[in-house]
Design a protein around this ligand. Structure first.
Ligand code: SD4
Length: 291
């Protein structure tokens, strides 16, 4: 048995790559990193890695995380800039017992010291969109945040090891130093090889309020299927947020257990990519639930 599930259509080429590795008995940790790396390097995905949309100051600040489901080791970066593969920096940090979650200049410094090549991540295309948005914001300061999606993925390998990872440039036009849910353990991602894993995309500020990735894994640990765990963690929480906070942002979560079964919950039209030993890689659409 092996499997992988990842957020958004943009993950599909990465899912193909990960599937190839997993079929050849590659390790879940290598597969999840390879999956995310494909998305990070592609310049036309406007919310991840190279070509990602910048913050208000024109800097592409990225958040990423990596988790090994066997050891529970985690590494994460928040607001890192100038590196092509933020998730690989997060993976390198997962080997550190101390200082494994680095932000801002500290994160970028770690990357430089560990041999990651510095890259200008602001493509001409992203810069043009930023300039256009700046002009729009001057005319209409209340522009909503958009153009943000995270690639989040779970992998299961043929030895029953699991891994999770995320990478994003976060909200377009976010304030400098703003960090979302994607690098936060339990919010943007979580995985435990004895149970399964989950990853999130959407408005980080609201996903954090429910620690939704951990909640899904916890429920799977109590015996729920990935779909039951997604449904029961996500939809009541959206209702709770609406009731007590007054509103709920958009969010979507994917999950896979250590049997390769998977589930999804979303309150927007959501594409994701999934592959298992039984079913070849494919892009699917989830509709806002519950039905
Ligand atoms: C964040 N969760 O930075 C990310 C962005 C995202 O769909 O995934 N948006 O809040």
């Amino acid at each position: 048995m092996w499997g992988t599930i990842a957020t958004w259509r943009m993950a599909h080429d990465g899912v193909l790559k990960a599937s190839d590795l997993l079929q050849k008995n590659g390790h879940a940790t290598d597969a999840v990193e390879a999956l995310i790396n494909v998305v990070e390097a592609y310049p036309y995905y406007k919310s991840v890695g190279y070509g990602g949309l910048p913050n208000e100051e024109g800097v592409v600040e990225m958040d990423a995380a990596f988790m090994d489901g066997d050891t529970l080791a985690q590494g994460a970066v928040g607001g890192i800039h100038s590196v092509m593969h933020a998730v690989s920096v997060a993976r390198a940090l997962s080997h550190e017992h101390y200082n494994s979650f680095r932000v801002g200049e500290g994160a970028t410094k770690f990357a430089t010291l560990h041999g990651f090549e510095m890259t200008n991540m602001l493509t001409d295309r992203a810069k043009a969109r930023w300039e256009k948005r700046l002009a729009e914001q001057r005319a209409q300061p209340d522009n909503p945040y958009d153009g943000h999606d995270t690639v989040g993925a779970i992998t299961l390998d043929t030895n029953a090891s699991m891994a999770a990872a995320t990478s994003t440039s976060g909200l377009f036009m976010k304030k400098a130093g703003r960090v979302g849910d994607s690098p936060l353990s339990g919010s943007g991602f979580y995985v435990d090889s004895e149970i399964g894993g989950a990853a999130a995309t959407g408005l980080g500020e609201d996903i954090m309020k429910g620690c939704l990735s951990y909640e899904i894994v916890r429920r799977m640990g109590e015996g729920q299927s990935p779909q039951e765990a997604c449904d029961e963690a996500v939809y009541p929480f959206i209702e709770k947020l609406k009731r007590r906070y007054g509103k709920a942002g958009e969010f979507s979560l994917v999950a896979m257990n250590n049997q390769g079964e998977w589930g999804v919950a979303t309150n927007v039209e959501f594409t994701f990519s999934v592959a298992t030993a039984e079913a070849s890689p494919r892009i699917l659409i989830a509709h806002p639930g519950p039905d």
